[in-house]
Design a protein around this ligand. Structure first.
Ligand SMILES: Nc1ncnc2c1ncn2[C@@H]1O[C@H](COP(=O)(O)OP(=O)(O)OP(=O)(O)O)[C@@H](O)[C@H]1O
Length: 309
């Protein structure tokens, strides 16, 4: 079972929302689509679910040797960006409706509903109208409706939005369990800390194009090769020595004795260590450890800079 997106283009009139994008997702994987607002994540998701179609390129979903142009609805659990529940109806009626729409028998849908509501600590609210719940709790109900029928593919557009940190963690555990049962999960999210716990592979995109596609660990090492270093000198450095840092090295003097600079393939840590004694005596060197959120911002910034160059 595999999903392949091959050089897909999606246009809205003249606007190119997805630009020759390729990636694949395997069975049992949690795959994350990342990118700033307007990057094209939802546009891809809508094509994967079959709501819209690619203008160019090809999507192919292999299920038991049969190839489909999108994920067939009975194999799909979908949490849309615009939540689609019935606010006036009870939690139970909402969940039952979607479970039965996805082919579940009433009895098994009823017992599965109880067990899911119990798990998300909403069992006491079962007969309350959905609209009486907080936004985060409504989000949990929406998640239940997406997976109650145990689809093989689950697509979640912003599953963490509106959830507090405790419930975000619960969703992380919940998603890990889904994949342990063999479900494949594609999610779009902005919460980098959650992605770091969940996804082995990512597609980071910006303006419809891939900025990075591959293993999260590789993304980390690629971005960390461009680490920021801060150097403190024992004494203030005279202006003429301050200007001895080569022009092509991204750097900034924070104080007369404090320098921040970027390490890159063009300016390595060894070159830095060779240069420092000619500037002054060093009292401290620190490498700024970046979390995924900072690495993400750095990658998007670099891509913006290269596109506009
Ligand atoms: N139905 C539409 N008609 C016209 N333009 C659209 C339509 N849907 C999306 N777009 C445009 O396509 C681009 C990609 O939008 P998309 O919703 O796919 O981004 P996204 O990465 O999901 O963003 P967000 O994180 O804000 O949800 C944006 O510039 C958006 O304005």
């Amino acid at each position: 079972m595999e999903l392949v997106v091959d050089k897909v283009v999606k246009k809205y009139e003249e606007m190119i929302a997805v630009n020759e994008l390729s990636f694949s997702v395997s069975e049992g994987e949690i795959f994350a689509l990342l990118g700033p607002n307007g990057a094209g994540k939802s546009s891809i998701i809508r094509m994967l679910t079959g709501f819209t179609h690619a203008d160019e390129g090809r999507i192919s979903v292999n299920i038991d040797g049969t190839y489909h142009p999108s994920i067939p609805s009975h194999e799909l659990g979908y949490l849309p960006e615009d939540r689609g529940l019935y606010p006036e109806k009870s939690l139970l009626k909402n969940i039952l409706y979607f479970a039965q729409l996805n082919g579940m028998e009433k009895q098994s849908a009823l017992s599965a509903t109880d067990s899911w509501l119990d798990r998300f600590e909403l069992i006491d609210r079962k007969d309350d109208p959905l609209k009486s719940l907080s936004k985060g709790n409504q989000q949990k109900v929406q998640l239940i409706t997406a997976v109650i029928h145990q689809p093989r593919w689950v697509i979640l557009d912003e599953p963490f939005s509106g959830l507090d940190p405790v419930n975000q963690e619960k969703v992380v555990t919940f998603l890990s369990e889904l994949t342990a049962q063999g479900m494949s999960v594609i999610l779009s999210a902005h919460q980098m800390a959650m992605i770091e716990k969940l996804a082995a592979r990512i597609l980071l995109m910006n303006k419809g194009k891939a900025v990075f596609y591959g293993k999260l660990a590789d993304f980390r090492s690629k971005q960390e090769a461009n680490a920021k270093i801060s150097v403190t000198f024992v004494q203030s450095i005279a202006p003429e020595l301050q200007s001895s840092i080569p022009d092509n090295v991204e750097h900034q003097w924070l104080k007369d004795n404090k320098l921040s600079l970027s390490i890159s393939a063009q300016f390595t840590i060894n070159q830095l260590l060779n240069l420092l004694p000619s500037i002054g005596e060093v009292s401290d060197i620190q490498s700024q450890q970046m979390d995924l959120h900072q690495l993400y911002l750095q990658a998007i910034e670099e891509q913006g800079a290269s596109t506009h160059a």
